[in-house]
Design a protein around this ligand. Structure first.
Ligand code: NI
Length: 142
């Protein structure tokens, strides 16, 4: 009876970003980041997969009420949706808003919010920047 069940929900948002390091020369930036250095940024339609785990409640048959999960994640996504991630959010002042870094930030934000739900854990986040590129962040350890 020690089966582990996860449930996943997909969320979408659109945002723009620019890859640029102030401490690097223009040449070095262009060499490393190519078209992503474009000064006014460029956008993506992101797809965020949020996977949580926890006990299946015997009365509801659910790990989490999906309305609550949507509320929690949508509140976070509001900070990112239709924003220029470099300047409109506080998360990328010192790091480049790559798919990897955005996924890491989202993991921390969602994990933090889910701490209020007893027994529930954020297991995994997958962030698609395009249909052929995504980053995964998994909970470390057990
Ligand atoms: Ni991009």
């Amino acid at each position: 009876m020690a089966q582990k069940v996860t449930i996943s929900k997909i969320f979408r948002f659109s945002a723009s970003h620019r890859y640029w390091r102030k401490d690097w020369s223009t040449e070095k930036n262009e060499q490393e980041f190519g078209l992503c250095t474009s000064p006014y940024g460029h956008g993506h339609n992101y797809e965020l997969h949020v996977t949580v785990t926890g006990p299946v409640h015997p009365l509801t048959g659910m790990i989490i009420n999906l309305t609550q999960l949507k509320q929690v994640v949508n509140e976070i996504i509001l900070q990112f949706d239709h924003k220029f991630l470099n300047l409109d959010t506080p998360y990328f002042e010192d790091k480049i808003p790559t798919t990897e870094n955005i996924a890491l930030v989202l993991f921390e934000l969602v994990e933090d919010k889910l701490a209020a739900f007893s027994g529930l854990r954020l297991e995994h986040i997958r962030l698609y920047e395009r249909d052929d590129l995504y980053a995964d962040v998994r909970r470390e350890g057990k």
